[in-house]
Every structure is written in C-alpha cells, then in structure tokens.
Ligand binder design. Structure first.
Ligand code: SF4
Ligand code: ZN
Length: 736
C-alpha cells in the first residue's frame, strides 16, 4: 500500500472534517440548534448517519454528534516517522469524510435559494443539480439494482479531458445499463457541465444523474446505496457491517476519477472503498492494490479514458451480459424512459396520426429466411425531416417449439425491444402503436430497417428455446399497411376469442403479469379468463403459455384461494400474491370494481374508465381518441394521472375486450353503468356489446351511451341519459 494515497486521503479527510465543523458552527449561529435539517421527502433521515450509526437526525444541533463521530475516526496525517502500513486508518478517515460530507450537504438544504432542484429530471435551467434523491425515486430506481435491470452505478468525479470524451463515457455506461452519478467539479467544471454543453438529457430517467458540483455531493451516491440496502436488503439502521456487506456484494459500483485528484477527492475514494467500491483514475495517483475490502484492487491508475470502463468492470468483477446489436446508436434499457420531443423528431409513425400496427406470426420452416429484413416503401433516408409515415411491422418466426399461443408473448415484447435504442420511442401494442425516431438517431445512420435488426437479435436472445428463424417485413406505404393491418386484426380477434366461454368461476388459477414493472414497479396485472391484461395483449391463455416458456418469468400462476368478496372480485390468494409482488405497496385488489381497491394501472391500458359522479356512471375512453372527455381531461392527461402502478379509486385502466366481459365493473353494476364512450370505440365493440346488453335486458344500451357527438361535458352526458332513459338513472349512487 502506498504511503502517498494514505497521506493524501487522510489529509483530505482532515480538511473536510474541519470544513464541516466551520460550516456547522456558522449555520448554528445563523439558524440556532432547533432548525430542521432534512433531505427532501425521505423517511431515511440523513442516510449515511442513519444507516451506519442508527442516528435519526432532524435538527441542526444534532449534527454536532455526527461531527464528533467524524472527529473520532480521524487519524494523524502520516509523516515519514508516523506511518502505519494498514489500510484501517485510511478506511476510518474515509468514513469520517462521508460523515463530514453529509453534514455539509445537509446544511446546503437550508440555503436560499436552494442550490438543488427537487425533481426527477434536470430542468432546462442553469441550476440543474438534483442533490439527494427522494424516496419515490429511490424506490423506483433502487429496485432496478435488486432485480438486475441496472447492475449498479459509476460515480464520476471531476472533469473529462473533453466534452466528446464525457459524452462517450456517459453513453458507454448507459449502454451497460449502469447509472452515472456525477459530482465534484475541477476548477468549476464537472462532467455534468460537459454533458449539458453537449445537449445531453440528464436526470433519473436517462440514468445520467448530476448530484452537485461540490466534492461533498458525492455523498448522494453513497446515500442512495445505503438506502437501497435499508430498503431492499432488509438491513437495520445502524448495522453498518451488514450495510457495507450488502453494498459490496449486491451493488456493482465504482468511482471514475477524471482530471486532477486533490486531497478531498482522495478522501472520497477512501470513503467509497468502505463500501467495496474501487476507484479508477485517469491521472497517475498512487494505487491501493491489496485485495480484501473490494473484490480486487482498491485504486487503479493511470488508466486512459477509453479504457476506464472496461478496467472498472474487470476490477469490480462483474460479468455483464451484453449482446451487441449491430445498429448505429446505443442500445439498452437505460434508453427506455427517454422522451423524444416533437421538435427533436425526424420521423413519426402511428400515435393517432398515421395507421400503424405490429404483428408476430408463425410460419413454416421453409418460409422464413433467418435475418432477412425488408422495408417495403419509403426508408427514413427517402423522406424529409418532420414526415409522418404509416407503419406495419410484421415479424415472421419459425421453430420446432413455436406455437400460435406464443405469438402474442413475442409480440408484446416488441414494446421493450423497440424502445431501447437511443433516439427511438415506442408506445402501445397491436394496432395502436406510436413510434418516433429522433433527428440525432437519423444523423447517426439509424434506419427503419434497423427496427428489424433489433427484433431479429432480441427474439433470438430471449426466445432461443422456442424459435429458430426470424424475418421481418416493415411496410411504410398506406395501401400495404391498411391491407396487412386487416390480416393482423383478424388474428388479434381470434386470440381474444380463444378464451371463449370460459368463466372466472371455473378456474381456480389466474395468472399474473409483471412485465410492466420495468417502469411501474408496483404494478401487477391479474389476468383471469374474463379479464385480460390492461394492454389487451395478454389473456389467460397467453399467460399460461408464457409460464410454460419461462416458469420463472413475469407470468406466474396465482391460486385464488378463499373468496373475500365475490362481486368485487377479491380473493385471499390474489391479495396475498399482489401484496408480495407489488413489493408490499398494494395490499388488496378487486378485479371487478372501479371504486374499491381497483387494479393498478401501469401505462399501457387500451382504455381508461373514470367515474362521472354527477352522471352516476362511468365513462371509458380509448387511447386512439384525442378529443376532450366529459371527465374534463383528455386521454393523455388521464393516463398521466392514473399510470405508474398506482391504485386510484374511481379510475381504472383496462383493455377494450374487458368492456364486453360479464365481469366488467360488476361491483358497480356492470355495463349498465357505462354512460359515455368515443364513437369509434362504440363502433369497434358494437357486435359483442349488443350481445351483452341484450343479456342484461337493455338491448338499446349502446345508443343510450353518449359519445363526443352529443356530449363532451358531464352536463351534456346527463341530458343525453335523461333523453334516452339510460338505466343508470335508477341505479343506486355509484359513490355510495
Ligand atoms: Fe402484462 Fe399488464 Fe403490462 Fe400487459 S399491461 S404487458 S398484461 S403487465
Ligand atoms: Zn403496462
């Protein structure tokens, strides 16, 4: 072990503890000891002192005790005479650094104006630093560390040699699905500033998170890791040994130090080593190489910037499973949450603007040429910026184990696969998809044909056990898209019919779908014979088939167990399952009620039902309808309000098919409660709806239900109900 790093780290710790002492004294003079101190919206107090020492600090005066802990851990700065060859002193001083950081950062939250913005994503302003993540973000993102969708994070301190290098490093880390936590400027400039100057979107959604320009803001990375251990690792506050062990074993993280590494940054590196997180430095700083605390070396330098990530992965000892898809843009789940604004869009397809659909179908072995990708119609290179094109994606697969029942499973995954290239956005399913390709992706050479490249690669990656060959045809001419969509629609319909006359009562087993937890972590679809998943793509048979393909996958059998409430559709087994799988967020769920503990909604719902209290009924609006609804909100606003995995009485996301199910909001009186739907939706479900309403003894119900041609406000809906004698007028109050 090197004398120099120990000297510099220990000297850095002394400096930071002295700084914390001074800033605390100043703050006490200014605000007094009773002033409240906290990070925004968290139940974990100041997470380092809470996690490591079990302290629940809420007042400024209480920071004194934390300062004392920091001072206790300081060791004398080594000199030639006074030097010990143990790592222990450096680690202690590293911990002292973290305590000092936390004091300094907590005091920052007293300042006005606040040096941080409390938000999930960076605003387009000069102050874009996000500081400590609140608990909502921590739960949503922390779970990704647990389920492996994000293996960990890279804490990047300092400034990269150039803007271009900063962007390259960020992209490479994103591609490996790692979070990028940025802090600590060099001469007033940090990696985050460089990304901002390059126009890169930052925030939790793109996994590029700027904490703060101060060196002490590095603490928010370790605070995040600590809270993850408390929240997901079951670690008790104050159990520092288990906390550190959890992080060492479970959180794949490392520090990348760019540019000059001063004493304070050396001290941060020593702090991170406590967590088992090594530091890789671009500059030649002295190394700490014995193994033990970290998986391999502790500090490695100098490493050229383009080698740093590879080195970090090797040093931290993680096997990343990466299949490089041959497309000209980065690819990975990190880009799934990426927004592409209208003005950044080069090409738009679907989304109520053009005809668009996606479809997976099985063919004979000799009918499929593996890897064949065709674009029939204009390519992106043939069109002007801002063009809208129709889109038809047809993936044809073959394989000895392939079955028709598997088609919807493959088809539903297109949403993830086509959302993961950088600069490409995908939403929806079947014949209600919406895609955007950004100007940046286009300028890098991304083409429509690459959508086929991705589908081919990912189907092979994820479904190797059932298929052998994949070919993709993409249509972009109106007449072809319209024609092929009809073919697909017949099959969608046939799939929906597959459940036939099977009822919920005859089956003791339902299925779960948690595919959407990648962006709505508490969401679970419970799928029964009479209630399809809210995206409309998964029915009971699909789930059964998905479970066969992958018994540890997102579709699990759920035993109903004892009935709690038959008309609401609540069962003990389902409740217990939902509670576990929603990560204890949802304790009860009614399959057939909109008012009492309705099912959660992720964001993929084909329709949204909402109670209209004055009309004593329920409206349902489909995704394709862009006009105003009597709830006072358009589909997009409603979707933003109810999505994300929440349970919101009075609102529920559902499939089109569910409207014509006998179990449609039975608890509130079934389809007789429906008072408004868009005209096109009424048309689409007409045949089955009329059958159902006849069974309910109201054969003319569809005409009694208002649409946008007669009503766009609740008052107009009521007038229509009265005019037509709608049955809900004589039903008990829906809110009662
Ligand atoms: Fe599965 Fe429900 Fe998501 Fe559809 S909406 S993919 S059924 S979780
Ligand atoms: Zn969803």
């Amino acid at each position: 072990m090197s004398k120099l790093i120990a000297t510099r780290a220990i000297r850095g710790a002394h400096k930071l503890v002295a700084r914390a002492e001074k800033e605390l004294q100043d703050a006490l003079n200014k605000y007094g000891p009773d002033k409240k101190v906290e990070f925004p919206n968290t139940g974990y107090y100041l997470p380092i002192s809470h996690g490591m020492l079990g302290m629940n600090i809420t007042r400024l005066g209480e920071l004194k005790a934390l300062l004392k802990e920091a001072q206790k851990l300081l060791h004398p700065i080594p000199t030639e005479k006074l030097w010990v060859p143990y790592l222990g002193h450096t680690l202690d001083c590293g911990m002292a650094t973290l305590f000092a950081d936390e004091i300094i950062e907590a005091i920052k939250y007293l300042q006005e104006p606040l040096p941080y913005v409390v938000a999930e994503n960076c605003p387009d302003e000069d102050n874009f630093w996000l500081g400590a993540a609140d608990d909502v973000i921590m739960r949503k993102r922390g779970i990704e560390f647990v389920d492996g969708s994000a293996p960990g994070f890279a804490a990047c301190v300092g400034t990269c040699p150039s803007k271009e290098v900063a962007v390259k490093i960020a992209r490479e880390l994103q591609e490996k699905n790692l979070y990028v936590f940025m802090s600590a400027a060099n001469n007033g400039k940090s990696m985050a500033d460089q990304l901002r100057e390059s126009g890169v979107q930052m925030g939790w959604e793109t996994r590029l998170v700027p904490f703060g320009s101060d060196v002490t803001a590095t603490i928010h990375a370790l605070g995040f890791a600590t809270r993850a251990a408390l929240s997901f690792g079951g670690v008790k506050p104050g159990d520092f040994a288990r906390n550190l062990k959890y992080n060492k074993n479970r959180i794949f993280a490392f520090v990348l130090a760019f540019g000059e590494v001063d004493d304070e940054k050396h001290a941060q590196a020593a702090g991170a080593i406590n967590y088992g997180f090594p530091t890789i430095s671009e500059r030649d700083i002295d190394k700490i190489l014995p193994t033990g605390v970290c998986t391999y070396e502790h500090v490695v330098s100098p490493v050229a910037p383009d080698q740093m990530i590879t080195k970090a992965i090797e040093v931290r000892g993680l096997k990343l499973h990466i299949t490089k898809i041959p497309i000209p843009v980065s690819y990975g789940p990190a880009f799934e949450g990426e927004r592409i604004r209208g003005e950044d869009t080069y090409l738009e397809m679907g989304g109520q603007k053009t005809t668009a659909f996606e479809f997976v179908t099985t063919k004979g072995v000799n009918e499929v040429t593996d890897g064949k990708i065709e674009v029939i119609g204009p390519e992106i290179t043939d069109i002007k910026e801002g063009t809208q094109l129709p889109l038809g994606i047809v993936a044809e697969v073959s394989g000895r184990k392939m079955q028709e029942d598997f088609e919807p499973i493959l088809e539903r995954r297109l949403h993830n696969f086509l959302n993961e290239p950088q600069g490409v956005f995908h939403m929806g399913q079947r014949d209600s998809i919406w895609m955007r390709i950004s100007k940046e992706a286009k300028s890098k050479g991304f083409k429509i044909a690459h959508l086929g490249t991705i589908i081919h690669a990912q189907f092979h990656n994820e479904f190797a056990s059932i298929l052998d060959k994949v070919q993709v045809r993409i249509y972009t001419k109106q007449e072809d898209v319209s024609r092929e969509r009809e073919v697909a629609r017949k099959v969608y319909h046939k799939r929906d019919e597959r459940v036939g006359s099977m009822t919920d009562e005859v089956s003791d087993t339902y299925y779960s779908c948690t595919l959407c937890q990648s962006f709505a972590p508490t969401h679970v679809c419970v799928i029964s014979p009479e209630r399809t998943g809210l995206c409309g793509s998964y029915n009971w048979f699909t789930c059964k088939a998905a479970f066969e393909i992958n018994p540890r996958g997102p579709n699990q059998p759920v035993q109903k167990g004892d009935t709690i409430n038959a008309s609401r559709g609540q069962w003990k087994g389902v409740n217990d399952f939902v509670y576990q799988v929603s990560r204890k967020a949802i304790s009860a769920m009614s399959a057939y009620s909109i008012m009492n503990e309705p099912m959660t909604s992720c964001g993929c719902f084909e329709c949204i039902a909402a109670v209209l209290p004055a009309a004593n009924g329920v409206m349902s609006v489909n995704r394709e309808f862009s006009g105003m609804t009597p709830s006072g909100m358009k589909f997009s606003t409603l979707a933003g309000t109810i999505g994300g995995g929440q349970q919101l009485p009075g609102f529920v996301g559902h499939s089109k098919r569910y409207i014509v199910s006998k179990k449609f909001i039975v608890a509130e009186g079934g389809i007789k409660r429906l008072v408004w739907m868009p005209k096109t939706l009424k048309e689409e479900i007409k045949e089955l709806f009329n059958k159902r309403s006849k069974d309910e003894g109201v054969p003319d119900l569809l005409d009694m239900i208002a649409d946008e041609t007669v009503a766009t406000t609740e008052e107009e809906v009521i007038a229509h109900l009265q005019k037509t004698g709608h049955p809900t007028l004589s039903m008990p109050p829906i809110m009662g």
